[in-house]
Design a protein around this ligand. Sequence first.
Ligand code: SF4
Length: 324
Amino acid sequence: MENTGFLKNYSEERGLTRDELVGLLKLPDDQTEQLIEAAYALRTKYKGRKVSVQLLTNARSGNCSQDCAYCAQSCRSGADIEKYASVSDEKLYGDDKLVAEKHLARHCIGLSGIRFGDDEIRALAERIRRMKENGTHICCSIGFLTEDQARMLKEAGLDRINHNLNSSRRFYPNICSTHTYQQRIDNIRMLKGMGFEMCCGGIVGMGETEEDIADMLLDVREISPESVPINFLLPIEGTRLADRDVSALTYEYCIKVLCAARLMVPKADIRCAAGREKYFAGHEDKLFRVVDSIFAAGYLTAGGQGIDDTLCLIESLGFTAEEE
Ligand code: SF4
């Protein structure tokens, strides 16, 4: 039986209803092709065959006061990771040079933690100012900022801020008890209102339902970010989700989630973030028909494919790496 009838009602202006999204996520695996083609039409309309590749530097690692269940950087996690308060200049500027040399789209800078002192933000702003001299497009993943702190970063030239919803409002208390979903929404609204580009997505595979993913994507659509990173859980030893069963994260399920994101926020960069190498191995040709953005060389505490290998993969599949 054909279950993709909802595609007939689809328009970019209308998006998909909650029920349609849930139906999409529950589509029989043998009906995903039609979905991929619908996503591909939007992908090519807005992004051509370009893939933007980001390099991620972890500028502050570990010792975070928050208890996000999936995160190796939480002080409640026993994960064996390197911990430091501030990455060396050598590493940060070295990575920034790589972004320029390899013509990558963006330098993403992650900082563990949820609140920062003004002095820390001032120091970060100085570093951003220096990297902006190279013309790098910079995105920071940086917890909750005060308005004054956000202004300091804006004045330094910071282009984009990553702040994920991670899951639905309903499911959020299952993965974090130290801050709320609403705090995340409020922070995103403030930053968007200040003129930052926003990067806002989530994590799939933490025990949420299809309804939760639908709700998260409805909220993402309302935010209308420039970029939507979708992470697929990589359970990390020492975290609360270390033993999480991820057998439901088949290629077919994961690609349905990405198609849903493309249909809901068609103009955004749809990024397959953590989990790409694991869940899409051997299916990269289909993956790039839906997403136009990936990371190279690492995801904070989990390793990733190297830059050159990533660029080769893109070319070999007939896509082109976007040059910023
Ligand atoms: S996800 Fe961010 S806020 Fe949560 S524990 Fe990790 S570093 Fe802290």
